[in-house]
Structures are given as C-alpha cells and as structure tokens.
Design a protein. Structure first.
Length: 251
C-alpha cells in the first residue's frame, strides 16, 4: 500500500463535492485509482474527467442509487472487483432537505432519513463487509457536526446524520481488531452546491479544507475528525448547554 491509506479509492456518492475534494487531496500526495458510484451518470462522468485531469491514473464510474437497496451488494462488490480491492472507501451520500423543526413536507423529510441514514447505512455495511473479508482498509464516513446534538433549526437532517454517525462509530469499534479502520468526519458548514443560498454558520469552511483535514487524519490514528478542528471544542461546549437553554437556539 502507498502512503495515506493506499492507492485504490471507492467513493459512494461519487458527485459529492467534499468526497471529490478528499480524493484530489489524496491524489496530490500519491497516485490513486478511483471508482465513483452514484445515480447521476452525467455528473459522475464529469467528476471522473476532473479526477483524471488532477492526475488520477485510472477512474471508473458505476451507476447506483442510495435508495436502490437491493442493488447495493452487487454494485459495491463490482467496484471492489474492478479495482482489485479497495484501500479507502469514502461514503459521501447525503441530502439536506427542508430546514426547520416539524417539517411541512413529510414525504421530503422521510426521503432525507431514507437517503442519509438507511441508504448510506446500507452502503456503509456492504463496504465494511468487503473490507473485513480482505482484512484491511479504511472507511471514511462523511457525517456532520449536526449529528452531535441535532438542533431545532435542522431537526431532520441532524437526526439523519446522528443515525449514520452512531452506526459508523459502532462499526469502528466492532471492526477494530479486524484490520479495518473507520474514520468519521464531522464538518461544519461547508460552501457547496447543497448549502448555496444559506447564511454561513460560524467557522464555515470549503471542500478543499475538509479534504486536507481528512488526508491528515488518514496519516494519524484518530477515529473522528472535525473540519475545521476548532469545531470539536465548540460542539463540546454546545453539548454542555442545559436543554431549556439549548432549545432557544433557533438555527
């Protein structure tokens, strides 16, 4: 394996700006062969071309919807087989949905939960099974600081990420002695297509900055990283706020 976790990288949610920024940062440090999995075939083709332009010696794309649960095992397995294995799997599946407390669009809220928790969780489990069979590899799970204590201003998204975050942390403990590592990434507000038009939160960041945090985390041994790092202490303080005061935070 080359430095920073290995040469072969699979991205689940292959058009994610943050996941792609992580791959570009990894590529800047050592060559990577990449498989991009996602439902937007045109977007995947453009992302693959961008990675080739960034120097990735090989990129492949595979169509897969996070909600097509019955296809997850087959397509994830295909990605592992076509790359000859995977050293790093980046899980970048996620949608934002309606902000606020009790959702007006109930169907939309359920879809956020299905994509961010059920679909992403299914993909995570299938990738973890493949890595455990091979006895090596790192799973990079894009969570959110919203998972640490869901707020009234972002109830459904925070809850969906909290479910995925808990699954990833538990799998990290379960796989600890198998040679498989789980690295949970908790970014704050990231300037992407998904957050376009929203007022930036304190300590907002960029996909490129998150990419550097993740690459540095792969060099060490943390189970969780925050982007930016200062968010770790901010979220610790927020978790200590008594609930009657915390519920007054409207954002």
């Amino acid at each position: 394996m080359s430095e920073l976790g290995g040469r072969r990288v699979i991205v689940l949610g292959g058009t994610s700006e943050i996941a792609l920024a992580i791959v570009r940062e990894l590529q800047s440090r050592a060559p990577r062969e990449v498989a991009l999995l996602g439902r937007d075939t045109d977007g995947l083709a453009g992302a693959a071309e961008g990675l080739r332009a960034a120097g990735c010696p090989r990129t492949i794309t595979l169509e897969l919807d996070a909600l097509a649960l019955d296809r997850h095992a087959e397509v994830v397995g295909q990605a592992f087989d076509e790359l000859g294995g995977a050293d790093i799997v980046i899980l970048g599946v996620g949608i934002l949905g309606e902000r606020g407390g009790l959702p007006a669009d109930v169907a939309g809220a359920v879809r956020v939960l299905q994509v961010n928790t059920v679909g992403a969780g299914s993909l995570l489990i299938h990738a973890a099974q493949r890595m455990r069979e091979r006895g090596s590899g790192t799973l990079v799970v894009l969570s959110s600081v919203a998972a640490e204590r869901p707020r009234r201003g972002n109830v459904v998204y925070g809850a969906s990420k909290a479910g995925l975050d808990a699954l990833a942390q538990g799998l990290g403990d379960a796989l600890h002695e198998t040679g498989v590592r789980v690295l949970v990434v908790r970014p704050g507000f990231v300037h992407t297509r998904m957050t376009q038009g929203l007022a930036p939160a304190p300590l907002s960041t960029t996909p490129q900055a998150v990419g550097r945090v993740v690459a540095d985390g792969l060099e060490g041994h943390p189970h969780t990283v925050w982007a930016p790092h200062a968010l770790r202490w901010l979220m610790l303080a927020l978790k200590l706020i008594p609930r009657p005061l915390f519920r007054r935070l409207k954002q």
